[in-house]
Design a binder for this molecule. Structure first.
Ligand code: SAH
Length: 226
């Protein structure tokens, strides 16, 4: 799963991240080992799908709710030919990710502090991304409303989820229809060290997002489409 030439820099990224994590509560995974499997390897799982590889070029990729920089940072490190944007509502987290990206000399990363419901109204970001990624941000029905407006028509939304989420999937039927997101085959993977089975839910956006989405800040969560 890890490109050979990235190994050493990924280890360094893990260290730099853990140093930031000592001062800020970015992740509950506080040891080298836990963060390596749970953050770094978990982020890289998408490199086993046809959507992204270390040789991919010129794709624009958004990580919505990047928090401490996952899946953003390991992917930006391993896929230098693509441009990555990390978005989060919490300024302190974005500052930490900026420091990490700077320390790692990741020139293909841009960071934005803001609420996705507002940023998605900006023509510079609406329907501009080939891939929209998100991990551990919201239940599926809410998350599709937050992510889909950023994807180009024909682009993909990729969500990091646990397995056995039948109810969450069922509850997302209206959101999928309203936001023209078609579920394709999920990619299931097993993390080492008994960290269990996880999956990437992959959606293709089929049509332009209706102007009314996303609704105002907080509404996608308070009144999910279902
Ligand atoms: N993706 C990271 C962080 C998950 S925590 C990881 O997997 O480790 C969820 C993050 O999403 C928080 O940092 C929170 O600030 C951000 N978030 C939640 N809703 C958001 C929204 N509507 N717009 C921007 N950021 C949001």
């Amino acid at each position: 799963m890890i490109p050979e030439e990235c190994q050493e820099r990924l280890k360094r990224l893990n260290q730099v991240f853990l140093e930031e994590n000592r001062n800020l509560n970015l992740s509950a995974l506080r040891t080298q080992e836990l963060s390596w499997t749970g953050n770094i390897l978990d982020a890289l799982s998408i490199l086993s799908t046809p959507l992204l590889s270390p040789l991919s070029a010129q794709k624009k990729i958004l990580d919505l709710g990047t928090g401490g920089g996952f899946p953003l940072l390991p992917l930006a490190l391993c896929v230098p030919g693509c441009t990555f944007v990390g978005l989060d509502a919490t300024a302190k987290k974005i500052s930490a990710v900026e420091r990490i990206a700077h320390a790692m000399e990741l020139r293909n990363v841009t960071l934005i502090t803001g609420r996705s419901e507002e940023v998605a109204r900006d023509p510079a970001h609406r329907e501009r991304y080939d891939l929209v990624l998100s991990r551990a941000v919201a239940p599926l029905h809410t998350l599709l409303e937050l992510t889909a407006p950023f994807a180009k028509v024909g682009g993909h939304v990729v969500l990091w989820k646990s397995v056995r989420i039948e109810k969450e999937l069922k509850d997302s039927l209206l959101a999928r229809a309203e936001l023209s997101c078609q579920l394709t085959n999920p990619y299931e993977y097993v993390l080492p060290d008994n960290r269990g089975k996880r999956q990437l839910l992959i959606f293709q956006k089929r049509f332009t997002t209706q102007e009314k989405y996303p609704r105002a800040v907080g509404i996608p969560k308070k009144k999910p489409l279902m």
